[in-house]
Ligand binder design. Structure first.
Ligand SMILES: [Zn+2]
Ligand SMILES: [Zn+2]
Length: 185
């Protein structure tokens, strides 16, 4: 659905929230395999201090999307920011991620995908799995997909990790049809 994908690590000026490179390596490998797309990781993290709300201790995801879309990227490719910072949009307590609908940019947070957030032992494999599902979900939005009523579809709406875990790392038949029709107008 996307031919090329650029992953950008996002954090504060003091490096808070910048996710470790080895986590991005694992995500890029999984994305390249699942999407069959060329995938690269920006070597330098992007400072998103401008989006950080000190009182909420969260970054405003929508503000970051515009900045990401302005980053150099080839037409038809997607640019996805990954951060360890917690994200919000003003009407919600938090979001796992956000994307420009039918635009190039998306952002995802690892903060609430980590089992440690819920007081559980670290589970790196589960973190990569959840991150990949969030990546697919937000990429789906960049391709114009809306939320899907099928709980197993990666485009179903999820506000808890339990719902993310119910999803498969795949689009349902209806969503696949939408993506195909979009690819060949
Ligand atoms: Zn969504
Ligand atoms: Zn679907």
């Amino acid at each position: 659905m996307v031919e090329a994908l650029t992953l950008v690590r996002l954090g504060l000026a003091n490096s808070d929230g910048v996710p470790p490179l080895d986590l991005l390596d694992r995500l890029a490998a999984e994305a390249a395999r699942l999407l069959g797309a060329s995938c690269r990781i920006e070597p330098e993290p992007l400072d998103i201090t401008f989006s950080y709300d000190e009182l909420r201790r969260q970054a405003w995801s929508t503000a970051v999307l515009a900045r990401l879309a302005a980053q150099p990227h080839t037409p038809g490719s997607a640019i996805v920011g990954v951060t360890g910072l917690d994200l919000f949009v003003p009407v919600f307590t938090f979001v796992f991620g956000e994307a420009q609908v039918a635009g190039p940019a998306a952002i995802i947070s690892t903060c609430r995908l980590r089992d440690e957030f819920y007081g559980l032992p670290s589970n790196p494999a589960l973190l990569v799995e959840r991150l990949m599902k969030e990546l697919l979900h937000e990429l789906g939005h960049t391709q114009g997909l809306r939320h899907c009523g099928d709980w197993r579809c990666v485009m179903s709406s999820a506000h808890t990790v339990e719902r993310i875990d119910v999803r498969q790392a795949a689009f349902c038949a209806d969503c696949v049809r939408f993506l195909h029709n979009r690819a060949r107008p």
